[in-house]
Ligand binder design. Structure first.
Ligand code: SF4
Length: 178
């Protein structure tokens, strides 16, 4: 026990270092994130995840963000249970016709300023489910999207890069105004 305590005091954390923000994501955000809204956002982001019809592959990668290795919360990013407490909606999957109304209602229940991040190829344009009779299309066809994180599924590092790009935009303005 004493040895374990000593090791935990003398060893560096085992978490992965933060990746640099994604350049493409920064460019996309620059066009869509309003400056005043960014200043209000502050230095942390509350994220509400919505599965609009995903195969759950994207969710597995999103869940990995909360494990001890990626440790999402150390960046000021955390998941919340209600859209009313969220700054960001993280939407996965093609939007199925059954989930279209629920997605719209969740978007309307999220207070401004808010951002929508579409995760995965399906959320971009329907992906491999595009054209299905049960699918309404990509997320952008239902609600406005600020950032796409492509991939099938995107890795936790790619997800982190996109979210850190979003957070960086917020911090940039907060520092400039301090
Ligand atoms: S992008 Fe790939 S992993 Fe994500 S929901 Fe679509 S098929 Fe599944």
């Amino acid at each position: 026990m004493r040895r374990t305590l000593f090791e935990s005091l003398t060893h560096a954390p085992l978490t992965e270092p933060a990746p640099a923000p994604d350049e493409a994501a920064l460019a996309e955000l620059a066009q869509s994130v309003n400056r005043t809204a960014r200043a209000k956002l502050g230095r942390s982001l509350s994220i509400r995840q919505i599965d609009a019809g995903s195969c759950n592959g994207c969710e597995l990668e999103i869940h990995a963000l909360n494990n001890a290795f990626y440790d999402l919360e150390r960046f000021g990013l955390h998941f919340v249970a209600s859209p009313r407490h969220a700054d960001v909606l993280l939407v996965t999957g093609p939007v199925t016709k059954n989930m279209r109304e629920a997605l719209l209602r969740t978007y309307n229940a999220t207070p401004d300023p808010k951002w929508v991040v579409a995760v995965g190829d399906c959320a971009f344009n329907g992906g491999i489910f595009g054209g299905s009779y049960a699918v309404a299309g990509g997320v952008g066809g239902v609600i406005p999207v600020d950032l796409h994180i492509r991939g099938c599924p995107p890795t936790p590092t790619e997800l982190l890069k996109g979210l850190i790009a979003l957070l960086d935009r917020a911090n940039e303005v907060a520092v400039r105004r301090a």
